[in-house]
Design a protein around this ligand. Sequence first.
Ligand code: TMP
Length: 219
Amino acid sequence: MSGFFITFEGPDGAGKTTQINKVAGKLRQLGKKVAVTREPGGTKLGEAIRNILLDPQQNNLCSEAEVLLYAAARAQHVVEVIKPALAEGKIVLCDRFLDSSIAYQGFGRKLNLDIIQTVNRYAVAGIKPDLTVLLDVPVTVGLQRIKSKGGLDRIESEKLVFHEQVRQGFYQLSRQEPDRFRVIDASRPVDVVSRQVWQVVAERLGDLQYEDDNHGGTG
Ligand code: TMP
């Protein structure tokens, strides 16, 4: 597989979507083939599953079903979007992936990590990120950003302690795989964060032409 798989992770409200769009814009300016996608989602099935998972009305959804629905969306996403894009040599920028299931369902919901790993091993079919950018933000800052833009979804509405556990989960994952993870303080202004995100991506893509000439302009 000749492409490059970059995932963006972090607590809710870390600003992943904004940062992904900036990176995608810069890569495209450089003539790179880029695919931008997200989890849960990225496919017709995945988006339908996303609507269920994030719907505050689904307040009866049990944790086991939650794990399996995220994994089902992921399996479809890997087969339909990620594998083909990598096979075409694209740089795939993915808003969340398997690490989110470990952090949210494993650390947040305190479900059995081995079971989550096993189910997801089946779902990802050997696909693993080459680089994971962890946009870290204090839980209260992230949730405040979301609230200022509108209402909270089913997961965002969880208690603060849940979100703290998720954040700790991401930390732990980043410590377990320091080569794959790059942790960035996303509580800073968007352009400061985007400059650092770009440095990390450019460094990993290993090409001097990726140097940030416009000092993080609008991208
Ligand atoms: P998003 O709003 O960042 O796109 O993510 C959707 C929500 O789903 C977010 O609160 C994190 C959560 N989530 C999980 O709990 N487990 C997962 O495996 C994924 C991909 C997301």
